[in-house]
Design a protein around this ligand. Structure first.
Ligand SMILES: [Fe+2]
Length: 213
């Protein structure tokens, strides 16, 4: 059996985030929802590690595009990685008062959409049209911000774009609090969004420099 002995066990180096009690007092999104949602995040972390461990032990010579262990693991690990990264963004930027961003990001949004309200309408529509996620991301090649739709943890990101806002619209994120009222949940998401965290994330990647700041 040939195994991927050089497989980088990234799972051992996954940067996880810590639970914050401030997530128990959000506007409209209940503590029960947030605690249950956090357990799902922890599950994704475990599955990322599990997938890497299994890949390290899998037989390379049985890889097959129709049915194979290698195909299943290579596909499913992206679901786990997406589940970790998406949720880290989601949790991290909740806990704010929803006040609109200021500074270079406000200017960039105004330039791209015409106004903050038009941007919110775009992201809300994208989140209503999606089956799992909606993101605001910066594309390093076009130098522009854009909204993107995801049907699952691993669809449909594009290369060389960095997500800055992650809006979870899986039903586990809102059904206990809002039932089928997804638009109401999206409004609550915006009301709890901390744009300072979004700006910190963007500035960690020095995205502000692309907007002259
Ligand atoms: Fe989720």
């Amino acid at each position: 059996m040939a195994t991927a002995t050089a497989w980088p066990l990234q799972g051992g180096d996954i940067k996880t985030i810590e639970w914050k009690d401030s997530w128990t007092s959000l506007t409209g999104i209940s503590e029960a929802t947030m605690r249950a949602h956090w357990k799902l995040y922890e599950g994704y972390v475990g599955k990322w590690k599990e997938a890497e461990t299994k890949l390290a032990a899998a037989d390379l010579t049985t890889a097959n595009q129709i049915v194979s262990e290698w195909r299943a693991l290579k596909t499913d690990i992206t679901f786990a990685i997406g589940g970790v990264k998406n949720h880290q963004l989601y949790f991290d930027h909740l806990g704010g008062d929803g006040a609109a961003p200021t500074g270079w990001l406000a200017d960039a949004i105004d330039k791209q959409w015409g106004s903050f309200d038009k941007f919110k309408a775009d992201l809300k529509a994208t989140a209503i049209a999606g089956r799992g996620w909606a993101w605001l991301a910066f594309d390093w090649e076009t130098g522009k911000l854009g909204t993107y739709l995801g049907d699952a943890q691993n669809t449909f990101p594009v290369w060389n774009a960095t997500p800055l806002v992650a809006l979870d619209v899986y039903e586990h994120a809102y059904f206990a609090d809002f039932g089928t009222d997804r638009p109401g949940y999206i409004d609550a998401f915006f009301a709890n969004l901390d744009w300072n965290v979004v700006i910190e994330t963007a500035e960690m990647f020095e995205i502000q420099k692309r907007f002259g700041a």
